[in-house]
Design a protein around this ligand. Sequence first.
Ligand code: SAH
Length: 512
Amino acid sequence: MKRGYVYLIGAGPGDPGLMTIKGLECLSRADVVIYDYLANPQFLEQAPQAELIYVGKRKGLHHYPQEQINRLLLEKAGAGKVVARLKGGDPYIFGRGGEEAMALAEAGIPFEIVPGVTSAVAAAAYAGIPMTHRDCTTTLGFATGHEDPAKKLSSLDWEKLSTAVGTLVFYMGIANLENICSQLIAHGRPPETPVALVRWATTPKQQTLTGTLADIVNIVRETDFKPPALIFVGDVVKYRDSLRWFDNRPLFGKRILVTRSRAQATDFCNSLQALGAEPVCCPMIEIVSPESMADLDAAIDVLPDADYLILTSANAVEAFFGRLDELGRDARAVTGLKLVTVGPKTAETLTAYGLKPDMIPADYRAEGLVEMLEGQVAGKTVIYPKAELARDVIPTQLAAAGATVIDPVAYRSVVPEDAETCLQQALAEGLDLLTFTASSTVRNLVALLDEAQLAEVAKLPIASIGPLTSRTAEEAGLPVAIEPEDYTIDAMLAAMVEYFKATNREQTEQGV
Ligand code: SAH
């Protein structure tokens, strides 16, 4: 029989990049994953093979009792399973990992501890607070701020703790903040000692409040600041003003709807994240094959006699070369043809097939492409694998310029099955901006909304990649606030940054 084994894994503070490589490896090996409220659920994708059991906080319900978690570990490991017990931060810091390991040790079940980046270390880094600094402190302490209200005596020795170390960090202390501050002051910490509270550290929801032991309680009262958060006490907090880097990025904390197809959204989402935003991926299109391949196959047959191959999107490149591959052919099938792409992004996709375009228009649109080719295609054969609902600018105008245009449908776009659920959830959770990179995504999104929702969405800022998409949006009743001069994702990102810079400035001027 397979022997049971348990990995107690620290999942880090929230940013998925802060999980260890070892932790990920253990997850991919697990039969069962038992996870917490504070462990980023994104990691579960590492364990598609595993049974997933959530033992964290549930709305309106009590915590899963610790004894029950211990029992679950023993039961699963006892049945010979490899169990990954995923815990927020580090398992041995205020996570009751010690108790879980003890239960395993007593039952003779082998286990391993995979440390994680504890939230205090991570929050300090992401809030710009060096926890030790030669100019103000060389000592540091972690404490729990959670005290059983029923307990008469505090489990913390305030007399010793208050002045023992320079920087003090409290976990689980928000509900008890007033008591913590007054105890520290009563036991010798100056009331003007800087304090920072950091909530949902390392995530796009990170929020930081700063003040002093004397006034932080009032500052918290004026805001709606809730756990999970850490309390940093000490002079090092003052460095935050100069060392902030995470929560002052240009799109920090903005929830931005991404409507492009999943296959194309990755780079865009990564760039959004790098600018501090929280991309909310709700693909409004999915690219699928045409119902019949007959036209595309016929076009592939005439390649040897053709002169130009026009590709106006990454999807067209994928569909065309994908089909060649299915037919047992490769890029040599386009030898001798002039390769034309509508813009640099499409060209980039082409390089994956070992090919470079011969021509790219200065204006990355069908109109620009026609203008570039008009004077040279008379008497030539042009192959243009297109989308099912593509505009007819290219075929009509090139035919008018004397070309024989063969324009098979190479792909079509459909609305993904889960689009509606995804969109409704995104709207319910709130959005700061919607992005559209094609007219079809606008149309598909609008079709999923009722009138009242459309009116709500129309109040949100909307970014569109170019004039055609903008026109579709505006005709559907969605005013476009952001449209870049260049019709590229990078230009659109830059325009979004400018937009939020300007609105933040306006808000500051109005004292919002
Ligand atoms: N083992 C965890 C701590 C668990 S105790 C660790 O090493 O981080 C739970 C407390 O951790 C919360 O009440 C809060 O104080 C802190 N915490 C965990 N994740 C946090 C985060 N992303 N931001 C701020 N505080 C966090």
